[in-house]
Each structure stands twice: as structure tokens, then as C-alpha cells.
Design a protein around this ligand. Structure first.
Ligand code: MG
Length: 314
């Protein structure tokens, strides 16, 4: 199987306008007047970001959705993506695997309104490596950022937290859980694209490395302190059932791909209405104050101490 046949079979059907059927050295794209490009890139490596026996379809979807979540965090709408694939020769990544992989890409292209613009395919002595660079647009100057939080703002998150982190524990055989909801959340996240939060929220990012650490990024970029209230955090019933035993996994684990935002008090109602209109659950989970670092308070309003240390100031 040659590289060119491989690309033609699996990826040419995914190519959109500007990709010129992937027959040239590059692609073209135009940006509507008054808008600017938002670019983001994410790599997934076998064994590190997905497990070799995860379904090819869900690996493709997770690859796109991690990237889509970054666009959502920037307030941008997706239009195209570039795909780089490094395929190990001696593994089970065969024709059938890539057919399913391409089906996953196609399904999410349709759902999120974007097309493949180009990329590269190569053989490799390493585990399967997948990289997507995603391209989106935003009205000029209206990309969301991490640095606008002010003391007095509230801290908000979309969706519910901790399901993916527990799903990984289930996949690794470290946690027993009766239904598939946690593993599903780990395999196929729900990026919050389509919201228009510019002028409503003061800062935004997506939660990919764990709630506490990602709050730390907003705190640092904005020069403020964040206090989270554990009792306010949105947990599904499945997560709540494991909260006592897996508190650190839930609060420090990653892969949520929900939005983390800070919002001035006078915009809170607007934020809630906007999210409700789009069918996105949103919850106030904390407050912004002067200072630095992130504190999580338990239901008795005592700071929770985590065993993992790092940059956080508790
Ligand atoms: Mg991100």
C-alpha cells in the first residue's frame, strides 16, 4: 500500500474546498472580511493519550474534539483542519482500522461543520502518532483570552466534571463501574463550540489538564486568585458515587473538555441565558479575588490539601 493510494482512499473524501483534492503541495483558504483566523494544534500518542484498543472511530473523534475544544475556548467557529499521521508498521493499524478512523473524522466534520485541508502521512518506528492543527474564525479582535479576570468575577464551568478522568481509570482496570458512561466520556468528549461569549465572560479556556491546574492558568494569566467550592462543582451521579475515594482524580484529572470561564457579576444572567439557549449546562463554581493561586474549599469551607504538589499555592 503506497502513501498516495492510502491518502486517496482514506482522506481525499474528507477534503474540502481549498484542499484541491489533496493533489497539490499545499492548500488555500480565505477568511471572511472582518474576521481573523484562530489556529490550535493537538497531538495524541498511542499509550499516552489513547489506548491501542480504543475504537478507531472514537480515537478520530477525540482527536478532532480536543482541537475543537480549544477553538471553543477562544470563542472561534471551526472551518478546516490539517491532519498528520505517523503509522507504525508492525501494529494493527491496517486498512480496516483507517477506514473506521476516517469514518470518525467524517462524522465529526459533518457535526461541527469543517473539512480536511491537508496534512502529511508517514511511516514510523514509534507508536501511532496523530496530530491535528485546527483552523477557525472569529470576528476580528473578539477571540476569548485567559487574562481578563477581575476580583469580584464568578468562576463558571460548562457541563459536568470528572467523568473522563474516572473513565480512564475504568479503562486501566483500576476502577469498577457498572455502566459505560464514564468510558464514553473519556473516549468522546463534547466540545462546547457554537457559543458566543465575547463581551459576556472576562476570561475563558477549556479544561483539558484538570480543573485545578487549569484554574491556575487563568489565575496566573489574569494576576488574580481563584477559590473553588467543592459543593458547587457539577458532578454526574456516577462521579458523585466515587467522589470520596477518587477526589484527587476527579479534581486534578483531565480530559473534561468543558469550558472554564470567569464572568463579571452583571453578566451572569446573560451567560446563563445564552448557555441555556444553546442547551449547554453552566454552573457557578467559585469566585475571583485579589491574590494568586487556586484554593478548593470542602463543604465545611476548609481548604482541600492535595498530595500532588506543583505550582499551586494552597
Ligand atoms: Mg486548551
Amino acid at each position: 500500500m503506497g502513501e498516495f493510494d492510502f491518502i486517496a482512499r482514506h482522506f481525499r473524501p474528507l477534503a474540502g474546498k481549498g484542499a484541491m483534492e489533496l493533489r497539490n503541495d499545499g492548500a488555500t483558504m480565505s477568511v471572511p472580511v472582518g474576521e481573523e483566523l484562530v489556529l490550535s494544534s493537538d497531538t495524541m500518542i498511542e499509550g499516552l493519550h489513547f489506548l491501542p484498543d480504543d475504537p478507531a472511530r472514537s480515537i478520530a473523534q477525540k482527536l478532532l474534539r480536543c482541537n475543537l475544544s480549544d477553538l471553543a475556548a477562544m470563542g472561534s467557529r471551526p472551518c478546516h483542519y490539517m491532519l498528520n499521521v505517523s503509522v507504525p508498521a508492525d501494529r494493527h493499524y491496517d486498512e480496516r482500522w483507517f477506514t473506521e478512523f476516517a469514518e470518525g473524522l467524517e462524522a465529526d466534520q459533518k457535526q461541527f461543520g469543517m473539512t480536511l485541508l491537508g496534512g502529511d502521512t508517514t511511516g514510523s518506528p514509534f507508536p501511532l502518532m496523530l496530530n491535528v492543527t485546527i483552523l477557525g474564525t472569529v470576528r476580528r479582535g473578539e477571540a476569548l483570552r485567559r487574562n481578563g479576570s477581575q476580583p469580584g468575577d464568578g468562576v463558571w464551568v460548562t457541563g459536568s466534571l470528572g467523568r473522563a478522568a474516572l473513565g480512564l481509570q475504568v479503562r486501566l482496570g483500576k476502577l469498577r463501574h457498572a455502566d459505560t458512561s464514564l468510558v464514553e466520556a473519556y473516549r468522546v468528549p463534547t466540545p462546547r463550540v457554537g457559543l458566543s461569549l465575547y463581551g459576556i465572560v472576562s476570561a475563558a479556556m477549556d479544561i483539558s489538564d484538570g480543573l485545578v491546574q487549569d484554574c491556575g492558568h487563568i489565575a496566573e494569566e489574569s494576576g488574580i486568585a481563584i477559590t473553588l467550592f467543592e459543593e458547587l462543582l457539577p458532578f454526574s451521579e456516577a462521579v458523585r458515587a466515587h467522589l470520596t475515594e477518587y477526589r484527587e482524580t476527579i479534581l486534578l484529572g483531565g480530559d473534561d473538555y468543558e469550558l472554564l470561564m470567569t464572568c463579571p457579576a452583571d453578566q451572569e444572567e446573560v451567560l446563563q441565558k445564552h448557555c441555556e439557549t444553546h442547551g449547554v449546562p453552566v454552573t457557578k463554581v467559585g469566585t475571583v479575588t485579589e491574590g494568586q493561586g487556586v484554593t478548593v474549599l470542602d463543604k465545611h469551607h476548609r481548604p482541600i490539601c492535595f498530595s500532588r504538589t506543583g505550582w499551586q499555592h494552597f
